[in-house]
Design a protein around this ligand. Structure first.
Ligand SMILES: [Zn+2]
Ligand SMILES: [Zn+2]
Length: 433
């Protein structure tokens, strides 16, 4: 069956996360969004790992489900349109590896996915000797990424190790500030064990395919959600069985089980362009070059974004596209579409209520954004939303790229007249969350 998979998330034990980042919250939002396999995140944190063992129970091989009493209580509060969506959890963590290699400080984030509680316990005991796992759900370890890879595969050969958001400047494998220039440089003779990479919000598969060595690995996408509402900002689509091993083997071999990815428009990511947030400077790679990489306001070097860094490492031209490639779908989160239509922020009560109403009437978010025939959306009374979704699916968007930690903006409508407000009039009551 088609599975929507999001393996990179954080619990409330990670820094700068929402207090609702718990298993119940992930279950609830997984159903609302239409995600099937959700990473637990943070399994190295002792309190979170205890909670995982208390609130999840074994389901299909290598996968877990929310304890029945908890699931029933949540299902009762959800509209019938989404109650039946299948939700399973996989055991995952992101680790921040900070170390020095070839006389440079390296900071890489890596995802580790494990098939069993036993494997996680064993892995955690090994890591406990290296660093403090209690301080942060995403622990910082002074361990070479290559050693972490070795430890992962030694613990369980069916584990998966994935360099995370590989282009972000400060903490990633190819980051301009602290990364490497190739998988080989980072992992040496173990480079062939890197079977997959994560695009991150600021890059898409087409950008990654310009790097010859990345054509040999599977490209996956995840949300890196710090609150359950952000689940599925990006995700991976598989055609596989509901079974850890089938999913992970699909990822490791990049065979037909990998259908493709669901992507943020990469310009919307926080590090797409170059710039200085404090100096209000946003530059394209070309502008950066014209200024010799320096900020015209403070004269310090600019934070080089993902677009620039991809150009630096690319072996292939900007317009290169592989002849055959996996599906790449671009989405804008439904709440952002509704906020734009109502000219309000995503936090506005009216926008939140509209979101609930749409889910209640039409079903989960991914079905609405990706699959639902436009006529059905219209027939349910959502004319303006139907128009917005057509534009999103056809990639007719207006973009201001993100830079130096500032999210970019994506607009579907250009003029105020176009911003139909009838949606506000259709709003009745949502359901209680
Ligand atoms: Zn990270
Ligand atoms: Zn500056």
């Amino acid at each position: 069956m088609e599975l929507i998979v999001d393996l990179h998330i954080h619990s409330r034990y990670s820094r700068a996360t929402s207090k609702d980042s718990n298993l119940e919250g992930l279950y609830r939002w997984g159903k609302i969004k239409g995600i099937n396999i959700i990473g637990t995140g943070d399994f190295t944190h002792p309190a979170w790992f205890a909670e995982i063992q208390d609130k999840l129970e074994p389901a299909e091989p290598g996968l877990f489900k929310l304890r029945q009493d908890l699931a029933i209580a949540i299902d009762k509060t959800l509209p019938a349109s989404i109650r039946k969506n299948l939700i399973r959890f996989a055991l995952t963590v992101e680790i921040s590896n900070i170390y020095s290699k070839n006389e440079k400080v390296r900071k890489l984030h890596n995802l580790v996915i494990m098939p069993s509680v036993k494997a996680v316990s064993q892995f955690n005991s090994a890591l406990e000797r290296i660093g403090n796992l209690k301080a942060d759900g995403r622990p910082i370890l002074g361990l070479d990424s290559k050693q972490l890879l070795t430890l992962t595969l030694d613990t369980d050969p069916s584990a998966l190790f994935v360099p995370a958001h590989i282009w972000t400047p400060w903490f990633s494998m190819f980051g301009s500030k602290s990364g490497f220039n190739s998988i080989d440089e980072a992992f040496e003779e173990l480079a062939p064990e890197i079977k997959a990479i994560e695009t991150g919000l600021s890059s898409d598969p087409f950008m990654n395919w310009r790097i010859a060595e990345l054509q040999k690995v599977t490209i996956i996408s995840n949300s890196d959600a710090h609150s359950p509402q952000k689940l599925g900002r990006e995700a991976t689509i598989l055609q596989s069985q509901v079974d850890y091993h089938d999913i992970i083997n699909g990822i490791k071999t990049n065979d037909r089980r990998i259908v493709g990815t669901i992507e943020f428009f990469p310009q919307e990511g926080k590090y797409h362009y170059d710039g200085h947030r404090a100096c209000n400077i946003r530059f394209s790679p070309k502008q950066t070059k014209n200024h010799q990489g320096l900020c015209p306001v403070c004269h310090q070097s600019l934070t080089v974004g993902v677009d620039n860094r991809v150009n630096e490492l690319a072996n292939l031209a900007e317009d290169y596209q592989p002849k055959r490639h996996k599906v790449v779908e671009y989405i804008i989160p439904l709440i952002e579409i509704l906020a734009e239509m109502q000219e309000k922020t995503t936090a506005a009560k009216a926008v939140q209520t509209a979101y609930q109403k749409v889910i209640l009437d039409l079903g989960n978010e991914f079905t609405i954004l990706r699959k639902m025939p436009i006529i059905e959306i219209k027939d349910a009374g959502y004319e303006a939303l139907a128009k917005a979704i057509v534009r999103m699916r056809q990639k007719e968007v207006h973009v201001e790229p993100g830079y130096d930690g500032v999210f970019g903006t994506i607009k579907l409508f250009t003029s105020n007249e176009e911003r139909k407000k009838q949606l506000t009039e259709q709003i009745g009551l949502g359901w209680e969350t």
